[in-house]
Design a protein around this ligand. Structure first.
Ligand SMILES: Cc1cc2nc3c(=O)[nH]c(=O)nc-3n(C[C@H](O)[C@H](O)[C@H](O)COP(=O)(O)OP(=O)(O)OC[C@H]3O[C@@H](n4cnc5c(N)ncnc54)[C@H](O)[C@@H]3O)c2cc1C
Length: 595
């Protein structure tokens, strides 16, 4: 204790230390087991190294800085030239470098073996426990890899640089960069959910050997990560909404004419820039079939929707970790909070929710991996994607709120990571399709894509042999799902029941007996209240809390990287290079203007 502390009057006691130095992978049995079960056990060591980085003090500090010193738009240089440059704190670039360097966006493709999407899902789950603003660009890059594969023009150097485990923030043409990032800009002022309402127009200006070239005129009302090297967008041609790729630089080396009007002052996701942009004679490449732009974009959306189901599961997990950590350290009324019966009940209830969200997201990633060779898994992916996106994203805000309250006043103060999680929690319900859009998509899939309902019912019924309540739940779902009118009117209820059905099925088969018993009784039989902490007394709350607790010994069966391993060292180098490349220094103090 320093003299200064004594001089100002009191010694500090009973405050919880920062939650750093843990391994977010190795100390999470639910994730370790799911990775193995869903076919990516081979990625164990990479995840373990990344888990140590995610839990490190250094990353916690970078996250704090990147969210405190938020991006700023520099529209003009000092001479009055329009530059449209978004300036980020170096901590943001360091975080981007860690995430992209570890392959959070591209691991599925580069792994080139079964289980790639599951392994990448685990990395994304880990990263989203650390930071969510950079989770937006990693998610869009993951989706864009598929988008690039659809175009002859983009499937070469663009794809190679997008799928690089590297990050290069340099403001220069793609050909001069080691790695690129990609955004998606569809939403306009008059409508986001209904993309057919887009008013931006596209005029064909030529044909090159590998693509049709257009000029775009209009605006985009929400455009995140506008410093990306290119972005997918939508615009009207004579044949209707079509999908385009807009590079930041034209092939002749001049800057493309698209203008960032202002940055959004957002409630959360503050380290990430989201902008409004004007397209004025913007050079663009047609992607996919003309007039089928909504369908083309939706193919990418399946990946981002999976990733936001994962991202929200990660938010739940991190909120639970923080609440649990606090309850283990803080004393009130003569005991640690975790030993107070009502707090234990609340934490156990939150732990059920977190485990269920994680398993739902990882099951979807597993289905996606198998979809290429297994028709039933392809159909399952079609319906489970909107189901998981809806449910996990909807659960995040309520879970985070309860976890925040477990921490008390400190949780509501910006110095604590929980305040950021609280502001972060609602966004995943909105972008990449709002909750209602997800439920409409579930009904659409059941009505229009043969076999999707059977695929998800089969998945749910796999759990029926472990617990008969699951069979009864499945029958109840089918009564609604097989009646089209009822399904449309009760789309939210149906989607929720499907989500709970899949969660129950996976939990009954693979979780601990204590978790399965409490989950089935409270979620399927509905024997609990409307807030968390209302589990009945018969459940083994100690066992549930113990399973979810980070303080348990690491469960990894192999390597547990507590120190600085090979991955950490290589990410240090990527981060250092990124910070050096991020400023305007390379351009003699100014970004190049639009010609
Ligand atoms: C931080 C942030 C970043 C974003 N970044 C991007 C980006 O990078 N690129 C991009 O393109 N967009 C981005 N968006 C926009 C986002 O995708 C849209 O806000 C979203 O798609 C919803 O569109 P909207 O805001 O126009 O709402 P609307 O479409 O007007 O919907 C408003 C409400 O009405 C509901 N609704 C609409 N139609 C129906 C119906 N038929 N039945 C029942 N309910 C209905 C919706 O579910 C929603 O709850 C971002 C948004 C935010 C907040």
């Amino acid at each position: 204790m320093s003299n200064l502390t004594v001089d100002v009057g009191h010694a500090v006691s009973n405050q919880t230390p920062p939650m750093v130095g843990h391994n977010a992978f190795s100390q999470d049995p639910v994730l370790v087991e799911a990775l193995e079960r869903e076919g990516a056990g081979w990625a164990h060591d990479h995840c373990a190294e990344f888990g140590a980085i995610v839990g490190s003090e250094r990353v916690a500090e970078l996250v704090r800085l990147a969210n405190k010193h938020t991006p700023e738009l520099r529209s003009y240089d000092r001479f009055g030239n329009r530059i449209d440059f978004v300036e980020f704190h170096p901590a943001y670039h360091a975080l981007m470098a860690i995430a992209f360097g570890a392959g959070v966006h591209c691991f599925a493709y580069n792994a080139n073996r079964p289980g790639g999407h599951v392994a990448r899902a685990a990395l994304s789950y880990l990263w989203n426990q650390a930071e969510n603003g950079t989770g937006c660009p990693t998610s869009m890059a993951y989706a864009a890899i598929g988008g690039f594969q659809m175009s002859r023009r983009l499937s070469g150097e663009w794809l190679k640089k997008l799928a690089a485990e590297d990050y290069d923030p340099g403001f220069k043409p793609m050909s001069e960069k080691r790695a690129v990032t990609v955004g998606y800009a569809m939403t306009e002022k008059q409508g986001g959910s209904d993309l057919r309402a887009n008013s931006t127009t596209a005029r064909r200006i030529g044909r090159e050997p590998d693509a049709d070239i257009y000029e775009l005129t209009g605006h985009k009302w929400f455009f995140s990560a506008p410093m990306s090297d290119g972005f997918f967008t939508t615009a009207q041609t004579q044949r209707g909404i079509s999908c385009f790729f807009v590079p930041r630089w034209k092939p002749d080396g001049s800057r493309n004419s698209f203008f960032i009007q202002r940055l959004k002052d957002k409630c959360g996701n503050r380290s990430n820039a989201s902008s409004e942009a004007e397209l004025a004679g913007t050079w663009a490449v047609l992607v996919g079939e003309e007039g089928r732009g909504v369908r083309t974009i939706l193919e990418s959306a399946d990946y981002t929707r999976l990733d936001f189901a994962i991202g929200s599961a990660a938010l739940l997990r991190q909120a639970l970790n923080l609440a649990m950590f606090h309850a283990q350290h803080r004393e009130a009324f003569g005991k640690h909070l975790i030993d107070q019966p009502m707090m234990k009940n609340t934490l156990a209830d939150l732990a059920l929710e977190s485990e269920a969200a994680t398993l739902l997201a990882m099951r979807l990633a597993g289905a996606l991996d198998r979809a290429e060779h297994d028709e039933s898994q392809r159909r399952l992916t079609r319906i489970l994607t909107p189901v998981a996106k809806y449910w996990n994203c909807k659960r995040a805000p309520v879970v985070v709120e309860e976890a925040l309250e477990c921490i008390g006043g400190n949780g509501y103060v910006e110095e604590h990571p929980m305040a950021r999680l609280y502001r972060e929690a609602p966004i995943n319900t909105i972008w990449e399709g709002t909750s209602n859009m997800m439920c409409m998509d579930v009904v659409r899939a059941i009505g229009r894509v043969p076999g999707t309902l059977d695929a998800i019912m089969d998945e749910i019924r796999l759990g029926a042999s472990a617990d008969r309540r699951i069979g009864a739940w499945a029958s109840e779902i089918e009564t609604i799902a097989r009646d089209r009118e009822l399904a449309a009117q009760q789309a939210r209820r149906l989607t929720e029941m499907l989500a709970l059905g899949v969660q129950a099925s996976v939990i009954a088969r693979y979780s601990s007996g204590q978790v399965a018993s409490a989950f089935l009784e409270t979620r399927l039989e509905k024997r609990s209240g409307r807030t968390f902490g209302t589990l009945e007394g018969s459940h083994d709350l100690d066992a549930i809390v113990r399973r979810a607790s980070l303080s348990e010994a690491p469960v990894s069966r192999r390597l547990t990287v507590e120190g600085r391993g090979r991955l950490a060292k290589s990410l240090d180098e990527v981060a250092q290079r990124a910070v050096e490349a991020s400023g305007l220094v390379q351009h003699g103090g100014d970004a190049p203007p639009v010609k």
